[in-house]
Design a protein around this ligand. Structure first.
Ligand code: ATP
Length: 242
């Protein structure tokens, strides 16, 4: 298994946000982590990325393993550089005063695999997202929400990424742009990218993912292949509008 979360309990100060969460993601999969506001989805992603507090809470029990090795003591930059795993955060967090090209370039600065590979990744990002290619010299703050989301995904790819964690990628996107983004993510997956996606939009996420887990107030309450989850009466009632 590529990524295993085992009985993870985490705390912000004295407040426990995850109460023993277990799930896994295998190489080449698209896995969706679903749940309502405050369920603990972002907390889970931040814990995997090993972000320091206050973004990520303290792990008090359980383990996070990457290719069988615990990463609980791994530094966040090593999660990116050595495990080739990166997060597309909720709200994108791009540098608005920099151009599209500069935002992408910044993500490459810690790479040690040579300019040729970096150039190939620029080509890949610009072919996946032609809008970014057209706008490469534009200030990023003037991009539309959908284009900013594409840039946030592109930036993760430029860091030499094999495993991408996405936090609410559909947030604030018009339906057409949202489907365009998910189509591109599907294409990336077909080219070998492993994807863990956190979504409140359960319907869209389950159409896109191979498997899913439902998180409710810090606990996994349902799991399975996407088609089975979509037919689960409890999941239907709570997350798919009946
Ligand atoms: P949303 O979709 O609203 O972002 P979520 O499922 O991602 O929800 P989290 O943001 O992970 O949920 O929050 C899980 C719980 O942890 C919530 O009760 C939240 O208030 C709490 N929490 C999150 N971040 C912090 C923090 N920095 N300090 C204290 N508590 C926090």
């Amino acid at each position: 298994m590529l990524l295993e979360i085992e009985n993870l309990k985490v705390r912000y100060g004295t407040i426990e946000a995850l109460h023993g969460v277990s799930f896994s993601v295998d190489t080449g999969e698209i896995v969706a982590l679903l749940g309502a506001n405050g369920a603990g989805k972002t907390t889970t992603l931040h814990s995997i990325m090993r972000l320091p507090p206050p973004e990520a809470p303290k792990v008090v029990e359980g383990d996070i393993r990457f290719r069988g090795q615990s990463i609980l003591t791994t530094e966040p930059y090593d999660v990116v550089r050595k495990m080739n795993m990166n997060l597309v955060p909720e709200g994108r967090h791009i540098f608005g005063n920099l151009t599209v090209y500069e935002n992408l370039w910044i993500a490459t600065t810690a790479r040690t695999d040579g300019q040729e590979n970096i150039d190939k990744d620029f080509e890949r990002v610009f072919s996946l997202f032609p809008r970014l290619a057209e706008r490469r010299r534009q200030q990023s703050e003037s991009l539309s929400g959908g284009e900013q989301q594409m840039l946030a995904v592109g930036r993760a790819l430029m860091s030499k990424c094999d495993v991408i964690l996405l936090d609410e990628p559909s947030m604030g996107l018009a339906p057409l742009l949202m489907y365009e983004l998910f189509r591109t993510l599907k294409q990336l997956n077909e080219e070998g990218m492993t994807i863990l996606v956190v979504e409140q939009n359960a319907r869209v996420a389950l159409q896109f993912a191979h498997r899913g887990y439902v998180l409710d107030t810090g606990q996994i309450v349902a799991e399975g292949p996407s088609d089975k989850l979509m037919e689960d009466p409890e999941v239907k009632k709570a997350y798919l509008g009946g």
